[in-house]
Design a protein around this ligand. Sequence first.
Ligand SMILES: [Zn+2]
Length: 206
Amino acid sequence: MKTDEIDAKILDVLMKDGRASYRQIANRTNLSTPTVSARLARMIKGGMIRKFVPVLSTDSLDRGLATLVVVKVDSPSAAEVANHLAKLSEVQSVYTTTGQLIILKVSLETVQELQPFLAEHVPKEAQIISSEIITGTIKEEKLAPTIPRVLTMDLRCDYCKGSVTSSRPYTISSHFSRYYFCCKTCRKAYIAKNGRKLSMKTPLPA
Ligand SMILES: [Zn+2]
């Protein structure tokens, strides 16, 4: 199942303000609140939105020392090393280059932490080319994220577990959840099986 323009509008608001309420998103996108809530539920269920988390500004964390570390790794393990380093909370950015270099921006509390940090986290097969303390930041800007026009969600039919491919899937809304079906037959079969447990409401807009 693919996202459409409505999903994109909602995501656009959320990417800028992850704490926007359904009502605020609705206002900013000219959609109705039920539409926003239904679309978000679908994107969460479809695994497209994994979680809402705060992105802390590293500036506000106030780590005293920023350094640029250049590491050289022979090709087979370069990606592995870069991925390992990227997982560390001290590592703010990781770049790989055509010359098999990995360039890291590492934020630490004090200069005394730098050598132990490198000794612990840079594997032996990698060679540290340089580690420089950043003395001034002239420009560092996060570009506004762009949302791809179309993303794919893996929304599964609640009856047969098959892929829901239609952009207007068959649904059932209960008090607590919303169920999605690939076809009318699955929806009917699901109601036949679980009918008593489902408290039906008028369906929300897709
Ligand atoms: Zn199905």
